[in-house]
Each structure stands twice: as structure tokens, then as C-alpha cells.
Design a protein around this ligand. Structure first.
Ligand SMILES: [Zn+2]
Length: 314
């Protein structure tokens, strides 16, 4: 069922349930006061403690597309005003080479994955992501949804990508859905597949952090830059920075009807609680969700994130 069909089903369900249903499916974004998820920044820092001379010095972003959803679909209880989703990939440049986080998606996948009528897609941006992936020291993804992983599944020279690629096991499983003809190119099986039961250093200054919930293979990336700044790439644990700041979850309507597989609400709630408290404890840590276009523009204006990948990475 397409996006429009699912909206139709969701509206019928809401009409049937009335006010109670509205609260349950759209307005309730409550995050429990305590949770079991540990956002253990001390452990992440310890993993990269010896990387001082090789830390990345620049964060770059490519926005391969933009589309609009109701803010009420991003954060429970938010108004039905347009919210712009940026479809991003990030690049960390440094003396050890570049790390690319997320792969974007080609025009064909984007045509099915981007919702709404006012969507845009940037072929040249996606071409830069693919070129940068081929030159990176390491390529990683936040999770196995098409806007993040399809560029891995459809990479034009899989042999070249495999030696740079680190995935969790569920992420590798997720490639199949977007691979040409449903067959994962055999060379990609030579990628580094990591057991995501604990944080894992993937490159100098960069740590993959387990965060299953939004999808089974969902992770975040902690990075420390040469100038001392610290960043946490949230992937889709939160779509908007306001999910963490307020804090508030995505509505059940989206979790139950729009996500395949269905999002694990309890796990994401624990993560949002932990991130909310981490933000309070570490006010200088910059958290970057994958899709928050207006926040991303503010980060670009502040100079923390540069627009456009450097394709001729070392
Ligand atoms: Zn996404």
C-alpha cells in the first residue's frame, strides 16, 4: 500500500475511534520519566581516546531530497503544519580519510520513498554521495530504511564499497529490499559485519552506538572533531531535534501504520529519555537528526556543518 493508501486507512481508523483514538494515535507523545537505555558518552569517549592525531576536522552534508509531512506526524501533539524532511547523508573529513554516514537513495527509490506532492530530488547530490562513498575510508549507515541504505544496496561497484563498508547484521539483512532484483551483490558480503551489542569504534574519532528500536538495525554515531567539538548523529531515533528537547515521541499512527516493520515504541521512548538527559548533562554535545531540515540549516549557518561533500577525499 502506498503512502496515500495508508493515510486513507489511518483516517478511517481515527474516525472509527473518535476522540480517544485521536489522543492515542496522534496526541500522546509522552516519554517515561526513566528508562533502561544508556547513552554512555564516557564509554564512547574511551573508545576514541587514542585517536587525537587523526580526529575528523569537518562535517559535511548532502541533501539528496526534501519532502513535506505534517509536523503532527513527526511529533505527537504537534500542529498539522508542514514540516520539511531533508533526506541527508553526512561526511566526516579528516587526516585518516573520510567517513560517510548514510548513502541516500537513487531517483527510482526516492520516487517511492518520498511522500507528498512537493518533493524535490537532487541527482547531482546523490552522485556526489556515491562518489564519496567510493573514496571513503569507511562507509556506515544509521539504519536499514531506503533513504539511508539504498545507495549501499545499489552501489555501482560493490567490490570497491565492500572493503570500506561496516554494517550491523540487521542492516546487512535490510539491503535485500533495495538491491537490484532483490539480490544483494555478492561482494557486499565481504563488508565488516559487526555485532551491535556494544558501542564499536568504526574509524578514528567515530563510534557506532547501538540503538535498535526505530528499526532492528538502528544505530547512532558519536564523533569527536579535532577542535574538540562532539557530535551525535541520531539517525531516525528522532526525526526532529524537538523530539529530544521537549521530549516527545512520534505518534502511534505513524509507528503502527507507516513503518515496516512497526517501530518499537518502548525502545525509542527509552532512547529519547536518555538523549534528553544526555543533552542536559552535555550542553556542548551537538545532536543531529537525519531529517530536521530547519535545524540542519541552522547548523550550516553556524558553520558546524558544511554544505556539499568533498568528493576527492584522501
Ligand atoms: Zn530516514
Amino acid at each position: 500500500m502506498g503512502w496515500a493508501g495508508r493515510i486513507g486507512v489511518a483516517i478511517l481508523v481515527l474516525l472509527a475511534l473518535g476522540a480517544g483514538g485521536y489522543w492515542y494515535y496522534l496526541a500522546d507523545g509522552a516519554v517515561p520519566a526513566t528508562g533502561t537505555y544508556k547513552a554512555d558518552i564516557a564509554a564512547w569517549r574511551a573508545l576514541i581516546a587514542d585517536d587525537t592525531a587523526q580526529l575528523p576536522n569537518q562535517i559535511r552534508v548532502e541533501v539528496v531530497g526534501r519532502d513535506t509531512v505534517p509536523n503532527a506526524a513527526v511529533q505527537a501533539g504537534a500542529p498539522f503544519e508542514p514540516y520539511v524532511m531533508a533526506r541527508t547523508a553526512f561526511q566526516l573529513d579528516g587526516p585518516a580519510g573520510a567517513v560517510v554516514i548514510d548513502s541516500g537513495m537513487d531517483a527510482e527509490i526516492a520516487g517511492a520513498a518520498q511522500p507528498g506532492d512537493d518533493k524535490t530530488y537532487d541527482e547531482a547530490s546523490y552522485a556526489r554521495v556515491i562518489a564519496a562513498m567510493g573514496n571513503a575510508q569507511r562507509v556506515v549507515v544509521t539504519h536499514e530504511h531506503p533513504d539511508h541504505i539504498a545507495g549501499v544496496a545499489r552501489f555501482p561497484v560493490p567490490e570497491r564499497l565492500a572493503e570500506r563498508l561496516t554494517l550491523s547484521a540487521p542492516q546487512f539483512e535490510g539491503l535485500r529490499l533495495f538491491a537490484p532484483g532483490g539480490l544483494v551483490p555478492p561482494p557486499l558480503a565481504r563488508a565488516e559485519i559487526v555485532d551491535m551489542t556494544a558501542p564499536h569504534r568504526v574509524a578514528p574519532g567515530v563510534v557506532m552506538v547501538p540503538a535498535a528500536g526505530h528499526t532492528p538495525g538502528c544505530v547512532m554515531f558519536y564523533a569527536k572533531l579535532a577542535d574538540g567539538r562532539e557530535v551525535l548523529f541520531l539517525g531516525d531515533v528522532a526525526w526532529a531535534i524537538s523530539n529530544v528537547r521537549d521530549p516527545a515521541l512520534r505518534p502511534r499512527l505513524v509507528q503502527d501504520f507507516f513503518m515496516k516493520p512497526r517501530e518499537d515504541r518502548a525502545k525509542v521512548a527509552d532512547q529519547i529519555r536518555a538523549l534528553h538527559e544526555l543533552a542536559a548533562a552535555e550542553p556542548d554535545l551537538v545532536m543531529i537528526p537525519s531529517h530536521d531540515d530547519s535545524y540542519l540549516k541552522a547548523l550550516m549557518a553556524s558553520g558546524l556543518v558544511a554544505q556539499g561533500f568533498a568528493v576527492d577525499a584522501p
